[in-house]
Design a protein around this ligand. Structure first.
Ligand code: CA
Ligand code: CA
Ligand code: CA
Ligand code: CA
Length: 509
């Protein structure tokens, strides 16, 4: 019985939410967030099998951009593809039937090309698509010890340049290949030295190019890390059953925050270690020997997917197990990257992009008006004269055109434009039109231009429309004219700043 095994039985989401809310309510009373660290790092989230009821020998697992899961079934001689969905993983299709002998590993590159390690034929097979009966795109490798030959490919990984890193177990080495160049080898390095590292199986690579390799041995299994040129840096996990110790380690996965997830087959569990930069120290283990939820039997490959999911080939139980990890609030965002840990906010919306999710941010739009008092809590455009958190109303004149000169016959009969008032919206728009005579303004009221008076006292009348507005004016005489517009915000605030946007002059001659 492993010392650090944890049992977590899946709780219905409704109950999880209720308990999160209860925890939050309690935490708010105490003035603190619930401690995410108290929750289990891993939790069981289901399991799936292909048509036929079980995997004959599930080995490597990979996922693509869309979260689809590819499972190499060495016993069935094909790769099964499954859809990813919150409710579970439904079977889509199979690849390589009649072509693959014993597919051991599978990897997907950043263009969703599929690479299958066929341990039965000592080749890597590349496919373009997961569609049923997809044609073989290309094969490379072939048995042998020379560079570019592979005697018994196991698990694989890719990098952003679409290089493929293959564990060549009988040759106790890792090879880098370039599928784009017909699988031309880039380099290889041996893993056997120092001694006892003779059964390499799993591989993972971090963004700095460091390569993690597992040694699938029950008594002296380890996980080692190598530099990008294949020089051994150190051992990150040694033999044993304690936290951070391994027995027959197989699949390795690097997660988005550089943690290492290890399929610790001999101990029937998975483990999480902190990033290399944090010393690769032990975080938590999950699993025990068995076939129920939380049980594993001789697991092998693994892969992560969007939604804080980890898929593990539970080989002896003929299934693939889906775990949720580092997601105490069950919102599908890894808590290490969750912008509101402790609250389920799957959308992770962060209106002001300050890295605090709206659900955790007391001022979502960062305008200094707290959400509770902010009438536009998630928007703020321009000045805010009355401090309600909403941008002030603004109107803009589109026609007549600025400094336009019109013949008397074509004098404008309408003025119009646009208006906006943040999320509260525009209630109405008013306009004032004057004929300018020797520095005084004859304002247009009730269908005609009145006697000249001060230009500083415009006579506004209602335009029709809101966001798009227009008004009729009866301009007939030659002369200089001025148009002013102002918008009223829903709730009352009237536009009070006048400039070239909302004040226009034109001339009729
Ligand atoms: Ca989360
Ligand atoms: Ca969250
Ligand atoms: Ca924010
Ligand atoms: Ca605000």
């Amino acid at each position: 019985m492993p010392l650090f095994a944890t049992w977590t039985v899946r709780t219905p989401r409704r109950h999880r939410l209720a308990s999160i809310c209860a925890a939050l309510a309690g935490a708010l009373l105490l003035g603190a967030w619930p401690a995410a660290a108290q929750a289990a790092f891993f939790s069981y989230d289901g399991a799936f099998v292909p048509p036929g009821g079980r995997f004959l020998e599930a080995s490597g697992v990979a996922t693509d951009d869309a979260g689809r899961v590819y499972v190499a079934d060495a016993g069935a001689g094909r790769v099964h593809v499954f859809e990813s969905a919150p409710a579970g993983n439904t079977f889509i299709s199979s690849i390589g039937q009649g072509q693959l002998a014993r597919p051991s590993g599978v990897a997907i590159d950043n263009r969703n090309r599929i690479y299958v390690a066929d341990a039965g034929r000592n080749v890597i097979v590349q496919y373009d698509s997961f569609v049923d009966g997809a044609p073989t795109r290309r094969e490379f490798g072939g048995g042998g010890t020379q560079l570019g030959r592979i005697d018994g490919p196991r698990l694989m990984t890719t990098d952003r340049a679409s290089r493929l890193y293959v564990v060549d177990r009988p040759n106790a080495r890792v090879q880098f290949l370039r599928p784009a160049l017909d699988g031309r080898p880039v380099a290889a390095f041996g893993v056997a030295e120092p001694a006892t590292f003779l059964e390499p199986e799993g591989i993972a690579r971090d963004p700095e190019g460091r390569i993690f390799v597992s040694d699938d041995n029950a008594s002296d299994g380890e996980v080692r890390v190598y530099d990008p040129r294949g020089a051994l840096i150190k051992k990150v996990a040694g033999p044993g059953a304690g936290g951070g110790q391994v027995s027959s380690p197989r699949g390795l996965v690097r997660d988005p925050v550089d943690r290492l997830l290890i399929v610790d087959a001999g101990n029937s569990r998975v483990q999480a270690l902190r990033s290399y930069a944090e010393g690769s120290t032990f975080i938590e283990a999950f699993g025990t020997r068995g076939s129920g939820p939380g049980g594993f039997s001789s697991p092998s490959g693994a892969a992560i997917a969007p939604g804080a999911l980890l898929y593990v080939a539970d080989t002896g139980n003929g299934r693939v197990v889906r775990l949720r990890y580092d997601d105490a609030d069950a919102d599908g965002a890894l808590d290490a990257r969750d912008n509101c840990p402790g609250v389920a906010n799957p959308v992770q919306r962060d209106s002001d992009r300050d890295k605090r999710g709206d659900e955790c941010d007391p001022d979502d739009d960062n305008d200094g008006v707290p959400d509770g008092a902010d009438r536009c809590p998630r928007s703020r455009r321009g000045a805010d004269a009355n401090g309600d958190g909403c941008g002030d109303p603004r109107s803009r004149i589109l026609f007549p055109r600025a400094r336009g000169i019109y013949a008397a016959r074509q004098a404008p009969s309408r003025v119009g434009g646009f208006a906006g008032a943040d999320d509260l919206g525009v209630a109405s728009v008013q306009v004032a039109v004057a004929r300018v005579v020797r520095g005084r303004c004859a304002w247009y009221e009730r269908g005609r231009f009145r006697s000249p008076r001060a230009c500083s006292a415009p006579a506004f009348f209602a335009a029709s429309g809101q966001r798009r507005w227009a008004a009729r004016v009866g301009v007939r005489s030659r002369g200089a004219y001025r148009v002013i517009s102002r918008a009223r915000q829903t709730g009352g605030l009237l536009e009070s700043v006048f400039n070239r946007r909302n004040v226009r002059s034109f001339r009729v001659r």
